[in-house]
Design a protein around this ligand. Structure first.
Ligand SMILES: [Zn+2]
Length: 90
């Protein structure tokens, strides 16, 4: 079990809370579009210049995982659940 230094919502103490459980509730597959600019370098002696030539797109897959995480305060034994979203880039 991992422990976190967090503030308890019941007693308000900044206390080490225990992670009781972590449950994967949902996984979503998404894509994130990245734009790459294309340029052409025109070499002409002193007149070298860069000509914009549009753009290409790349779709990068990402995975979004949603967890319900349950914590317990070691001071007052209050338990609560937080929703945590984790994004994995593939
Ligand atoms: Zn507490």
């Amino acid at each position: 079990m991992r422990e976190f230094l967090r503030r308890c919502p019941a007693c308000g103490r900044r206390f080490t809370v225990r992670l009781q459980s972590k449950k994967l509730v949902d996984t979503e597959e998404h894509t994130e579009r990245i734009t790459h600019d294309i340029v052409i370098l025109a070499r002409g002696g002193r007149d070298s210049r860069v000509i914009p030539a549009g753009a290409t797109f790349e779709d990068v897959p990402i995975e979004v995982e949603k967890f319900d995480v349950t914590f317990e305060c070691k001071s007052c034994h209050h338990k609560w659940t937080e929703s945590v979203t984790k994004v994995e880039k593939g």
